[in-house]
Design a binder for this molecule. Structure first.
Ligand code: IPE
Ligand code: IPE
Ligand code: MG
Length: 234
């Protein structure tokens, strides 16, 4: 199985709200436990030697939620950023992807700090997607490419798939080859729509994110190793 490890996992951390509801707790309690699960699974991926892990933490659509819930999620983000230095000893390189311009100055500064502090780490490459949407990302890439054409630094006839990929938040990273989503929803919800064009999808319907464990990760990796990837060939 070792040889058949995915190079880049996309993880949709879904089901926090339902997990809390089942226990008669407020939704934010699910996010709090989910944030702990996130820390555990990141560590597990690092130990296994996974190269890249992109986690979906907050989507461009999640602003539709009640303000109280949004505030609770942003608070968890802030808490995580404040302790990010603790993760340096684990050799994890952390990056944040998404339209970060909407976050306040404190969060943006903490993000720069966390990215800067971990930039020479050689273990897992962790991307945390916040205010991330695949359509938003592609639109942003298109705008940048058009600007370059207008400025004369890029010719229109040079634009190909590689140029588009080079302008996504994941520029230079391996293509996503495995998407994992717990909670029984069988959709991407605007996550990595370009990058996972040829990914394997593993949807798990017997588990909500807060209860997701290394056991579930292992099951997904085993299933991935069994899949026959043809990429249009035979
Ligand atoms: C995922 O859990 C976390 C975020 C979207 C921030 P949900 O909050 O979507 O949980 P469910 O899907 O409502 O159970
Ligand atoms: C996707 O989950 C976003 C994150 C996990 C951060 P959602 O719960 O927002 O997705 P939908 O609404 O079920 O599609
Ligand atoms: Mg959900």
């Amino acid at each position: 199985m070792e040889n058949n490890l995915p190079k880049h996992i996309g993880l949709i951390m879904d089901g926090n709200g339902r997990w809390a509801k089942k226990r008669g707790l407020p939704r934010k309690a699910g996010h709090t436990v989910g944030a702990q699960t996130f820390r555990k699974i990141v560590r597990a991926c690092n130990k296994k030697g996974i190269g890249y892990l992109t986690v979906y933490a907050f989507s461009t659509e999640n602003w539709k939620r009640p303000q109280e819930e949004i505030d609770a999620i942003i608070k968890l983000l802030r808490d995580y950023l404040k302790e990010a230095h603790k993760y340096l000893k684990e050799n994890i390189r952390t990056r944040f992807i998404g339209d970060l311009s909407v976050f306040d100055q404190e969060i943006r500064d903490l993000i720069v700090e966390a990215e800067e502090a971990s930039k020479d780490m050689t273990g897992l490459n962790l991307n945390i997607a916040i205010n991330y949407g695949g359509r938003n990302e592609i639109t942003h890439a298109v705008k940048t490419i058009v600007e370059q054409v207008q400025q004369g630094t890029l010719r229109a006839d040079e634009i190909g798939e590689q140029i588009v990929a080079d302008h996504l938040y994941t520029a230079g990273m391996p293509e996503v080859d495995l998407i994992i989503r717990p909670s029984g929803e069988y959709r991407l919800s605007n996550f990595l729509i370009w990058q996972s064009a040829y990914a394997e999808y593993i949807f798990m319907d017997d588990i909500l994110w807060p209860d997701f464990s290394e056991k579930h990760l292992n099951a997904a990796l085993e299933e991935f190793a069994r899949r026959n990837r043809r990429f249009g060939g035979i």
